[in-house]
Design a binder for this molecule. Structure first.
Ligand code: V47
Ligand code: SF4
Length: 363
């Protein structure tokens, strides 16, 4: 089958993939240097089918972004505002609850909750938010607060990261989303998000969560000022962390959207790059069970095609995502379950509704 791959280096990697051998950093660079998208896709699809067969997962979920007020000034972010700016908002807890109850009866299994680093909200706001949601929605998984938010909350409370995670877990937190990873490289980070926690702190926060029994996801923001070497370095560091704890469920490559950011001059990613990132991450992250195509960022059509290029997960119905839409995403706010299933079935895959931690829903 791999005779069809026209690139010599890629054909050599095919042998490693077939033998289930780990790809090295320099193998990763060879993947990056290849423009043989079909070859990359074929290899990634082999791993995808080995791990997940013909299944394509999705979740019926709802996003809540409780505030866009943030003390940081990440240059790629179009979502954050300073308090008092036009468009700045912070939901009191009653409003968070009203938002959550808007979806009563919709059959969702997850709330995905992320927000800015607000300068004035007390620690109790976050712990109470989780316990109030958990109280009203005991069956709904709460995937909340990126590692960046967790470290911010720990500093706010004067507690260790582990104790902060424990407070939130005791209140009903189910898992951590994968945001805030951006690109681990120190020099890129200094330019794109100078105030953000460094790579080691991000990774240590996830490892601490895993040790407390909380699963998590990981992301990588690509298509801005980073280069191929920095992307492969990012994946290798994630793979090493996963070797230690095994607590990551899913990797989500995030396509940079430049509109309304400080990088408005950068062109958005292309379909070739989006599919290549899915394939490369599937091949490099041999210890991650799942690779997610976040349709909000790459569009429904590319997400559908990515199911043959390494992805086995389409995320979910989402509803009212603000982070990417602030940065010019022209995707819808909502994909109905029937639309997601149609996209998956037309791609020749078997749609499987999951909850956050990949239990089957309604099975
Ligand atoms: O960390 C911010 C990214 C992330 C832009 O865990 C941008 O299942 C593109 O992490 N263009 C937050 N991306 C979202 C996130 C996420 C999304 C979906 C699923 C999961 C999961 C996690 O969004 C941030 C940052 O990397 N981001 N601005 C932008 N202009
Ligand atoms: Fe704040 Fe997150 Fe935006 Fe950075 S990416 S400015 S931390 S909301």
């Amino acid at each position: 089958m791999f005779d069809l791959i026209n690139n010599k280096k890629l054909r050599a990697l095919a042998e490693k993939v077939m033998a289930e051998e780990r790809l090295s950093f320099s193998d990763g660079m060879a993947l990056e240097e290849s423009n043989d998208l079909l070859g990359l896709g074929m290899l990634a699809n082999t791993v995808r089918e080995r791990k997940n067969g013909n299944k394509a997962y999705y979740i019926n979920n709802r996003h809540i972004n409780h505030t866009n007020v943030c003390v940081n000034t990440c240059k790629f972010c179009a979502f954050s505002k300073k308090a008092g700016d036009e468009g700045a908002y912070t939901m009191p807890l009653e409003q968070v609850m009203a938002e959550a109850h808007k979806y009563d009866g919709d059959g969702f299994s997850e709330f995905h909750i992320v927000g800015g680093l607000h300068p004035d909200l007390p620690y109790s706001y976050y712990v109470d938010m989780i316990s109030m949601l958990h109280n009203d929605f005991p069956q709904t998984h709460l995937q909340a607060f990126t590692a960046v938010e967790i470290v911010f909350l720990a500093e706010l409370a004067g507690k260790s990261v582990s104790d902060t995670l424990l407070d939130l877990k005791n209140a009903g937190l189910g898992s951590l989303p994968g945001g805030g990873a951006e690109i681990f490289d120190k020099n890129v980070r200094k330019k794109i998000c100078p105030e953000k926690i460094d790579a080691t702190t991000w990774l240590d926060t996830h490892k601490a969560a895993h040790r407390l029994g909380l699963k998590s996801n990981a992301t990588m923001l690509y298509g801005h000022i980073e280069n191929a070497e920095q992307r492969i370095d990012h994946l290798v560091r994630l793979r090493e962390a996963q070797d230690e704890t095994g607590g990551f469920m899913t990797f989500i490559p995030l396509a940079f959207h430049p509109a309304n950011t400080k990088y408005g001059n950068i062109k958005g990613t292309t379909g070739q790059m989006d599919l290549k990132m899915i394939a490369i991450s599937r091949l490099m992250l041999d210890n991650f069970p799942h690779i997610k195509a976040f349709w909000i960022m790459i569009g429904e059509k590319t997400a559908q095609v990515s199911l043959g290029f390494g992805a086995d997960d389409m995320d979910g119905s989402v509803v009212e995502e603000k982070i990417t839409h602030s940065a010019g995403a022209d995707t819808a706010q909502l994909l109905s379950v029937s639309r997601i299933e149609r996209l998956i079935i037309e791609a020749g895959r078997q749609p499987v509704e999951r909850d956050t931690v990949y239990n089957l829903v309604g099975a």
